[in-house]
Design a protein around this ligand. Structure first.
Ligand code: FES
Ligand code: FES
Length: 164
């Protein structure tokens, strides 16, 4: 008897439906089953955050969730945050402030940063560093990531004020 489970997900606004074994990790579903390869795998111990996605409004490390646990969930990955023709302010800012080098941590970083700025639109530097502490980077030393997040906060707040 097959132990596959019937799974439904909404990923970046698209409904997905498939059969999966209970042991399938969400990061593998995204990368291997759905070809959404922005989220990366940088560890086997839930430290690095390269696999970060937004699941039902929370930042989640998708290497630490079985897809069966995510059944019915609404998921956003870096691919749903912006695209080359329509970059999110964070994506522009990471580019302008040199917040990435190899780019391997960047999808998780930006996905987390987007959620973090929703949680705290006016952060201090300590808030940013603490709020991003679940995401490791081997290249940047973090300083320019912090700058990029601050610049984005200013931009988003200015846009919000202008709209009011
Ligand atoms: S792959 Fe490192 S925390 Fe998920
Ligand atoms: S840019 Fe290389 S790991 Fe962060």
């Amino acid at each position: 008897m097959s132990n596959k489970m019937h799974i439904k997900l909404t990923v970046n606004g698209e409904e997905q439906e498939f059969l999966a074994e209970p042991r399938e990790l969400l990061i593998h579903t995204l990368r291997e089953r759905l070809d959404i390869t922005g989220p990366h795998i940088g560890c086997e111990t839930t430290h690095c955050g390269a696999c970060t996605v937004t699941l039902n409004g929370k930042s989640v490390k998708s290497c630490t969730v079985f897809v069966a646990q995510a059944n019915g969930a609404d998921i956003t990955t870096i691919e749903g945050i912006g695209d080359p023709d329509n970059l999110h302010a964070l994506q522009t800012s990471f580019k302008e402030h040199h917040g990435l080098q190899c780019g391997f941590c960047t999808p998780g970083m930006i996905t987390r940063a987007a959620k973090f700025l929703e949680e705290n639109p006016n952060p201090t530097e300590e808030d940013v560093r603490f709020g991003m502490a679940g995401n490791l980077c081997r290249c940047t030393g973090y300083q320019n990531i912090v700058k990029a997040i601050f610049a984005t906060a200013d931009e988003l707040n200015a846009a919000k004020e202008a709209a009011e």
